[in-house]
Design a protein around this ligand. Structure first.
Ligand SMILES: Cc1ncc(COP(=O)(O)O)c(C=O)c1O
Length: 406
């Protein structure tokens, strides 16, 4: 059987992720990786999990229930915790506004199924999160790539995209993956205004929002929309749908993410999830709830301290060693530093040399672009290495770039 002849058009449209292909070489223990956008496993709250599980085992009925099928919408105490945490003036959330998903990735999948038809135009930043592009791609949309600068999406370009009648905008306003940019408050305000002017929903992905190392980011788009609409209007008129995850603040293996959506959309998302996987793991949702409601502020404070020193080490080493022809803007949070190499320099070729000569890995930036741009860009992640290792590796990477630059 030649599978290409029987695969569906949707399956044929989906491409292998460049990051996953790249991660295959990372099995080589000699390679030092700045490629994966993953949290450091050494920082996972494993002792707290042990304590929670020991407590849970003493409540036999509840403990057994945690391994049972559960409601599609999610574990009510967790949904209530999320609703309380993200309630703002103008946005009064209840558990009914929250759908727990198998990671933010499933939120993207369900939203994409709910909102996109084949050839639907969809606005995405250039660059943006590769995993989102992959999800959308499966529905064969028409990507409208919106330009960014060091502050994120450029409003004039966004308005042009909205004028074309896109189905929605997908955006990561805080410490963006892969670019590290954070959208300033004025642009957030403008974005919400434009969404209402043109009637375009915004999918706001807040995966990195809690990981700030200087000051908290400006109010979320959801919060801005609450201010814009006024009390009590969001459930009827809201256009901002927010996607969150426990992966970056707790652990990815919990596979706990969520979508915050107004009722009209929530009903459809719930049926789609039911068809997709019936329910998320109750055991994992209970763990996430216990972690979130008892320990999260201290744990996140620790993550901020550790990641901030790694961010500083990377930024300082790059500042001191990169040639002036390479541009980067230090991120105020998240996990990524985004480099723009001189025009004409290809980051894929640089990666081959980096692997071969320096045993270093990063992600070439073209993969994060829905258009054809980004050949001279690359993403470095500072989340998994100690500062001294980062410093030494960045010095070597900068030397390699100097050798290869035109
Ligand atoms: C911006 C962004 N959104 C969503 C995800 C997926 O998160 P989850 O583990 O919750 O599926 C990631 C993972 O890297 C991400 O960077």
């Amino acid at each position: 059987m030649i599978w290409d002849t029987v695969l569906s058009e949707d399956a044929l449209a989906i491409k292998a992720s460049e990051i996953r292909e790249l991660l295959k070489v990372l099995d080589d223990p000699e390679i030092l990786s700045f490629a994966g956008g993953i949290p450091d496993p050494a920082l996972f709250p494993v002792d707290l999990i042990q304590q929670i599980q020991d407590r849970q085992k003493r409540q036999d009925d509840l403990h057994r229930q945690s391994f049972q099928y559960s409601s599609t919408e999610g574990y009510v105490p967790l949904r209530q915790w999320i609703a309380d945490r993200y309630t703002h003036p103008g946005i009064s959330l209840t558990a009914d506004n929250i759908l727990v998903t198998n990671g933010a990735q499933q939120s993207l999948t369900l939203l994409s199924a709910a909102l996109l038809d084949t050839r639907s135009p969809v606005a995405v930043a250039s660059p943006t999160y590769l995993g989102a592009l992959q999800v959308f791609e499966a529905r064969r949309p028409k990507f409208v790539a919106v330009k960014t600068d060091d502050d994120g999406l450029i409003m004039e370009d966004l308005e042009q995209a909205f004028r074309q009648g896109v189905k929605f905008l997908y955006t990561i306003p805080d410490f963006q993956n892969p670019g590290g940019m954070t959208l300033p408050e004025e642009r957030r305000c403008k974005m919400v205004e434009l969404a209402h002017q043109y009637g375009v929903p915004i999918l706001e992905d807040i995966a990195y929002r809690e990981l700030y190392y200087d000051n908290p980011p400006p109010p979320s788009l959801l919060e801005m929309e609450g201010r814009f609409l006024g009390e009590g209007c969001w459930s009827q008129e809201g256009l901002v749908i927010q996607i969150g995850t426990a992966s970056k603040t707790m652990m990815p293996a919990l596979r706990v993410g969520w979508t915050i959506a107004p009722p009209g959309l929530m009903d459809k998302l719930t049926v789609l999830k039911q068809a997709n996987d019936l329910c998320s793991s109750a055991a994992n949702q209970m763990l996430a709830f216990e972690l979130a409601s008892n320990y999260l502020p201290d744990h996140i404070a620790m993550l901020r301290d550790v990641y901030a020193t790694r961010r500083d080490a990377m930024v300082q080493a790059l500042r001191q060693n990169l040639p002036n022809s390479v541009h980067f803007s230090p991120p105020a949070g998240g996990m990524f530093v985004w480099l723009t190499l001189p025009i004409g320099m290809d980051a894929r070729k640089l990666l081959e040399k980096a692997l071969e000569q320096e045993k270093l890995a990063f992600v070439p930036g073209a993969a994060f672009h829905a258009d054809d741009g980004g050949d001279n860009t690359l993403r470095l992640s500072f989340s998994t290495c100690p500062p001294d290792v980062i410093k030494e590796a960045m010095e070597r990477l900068a030397q390699l770039i100097k050798r290869e630059a035109p």
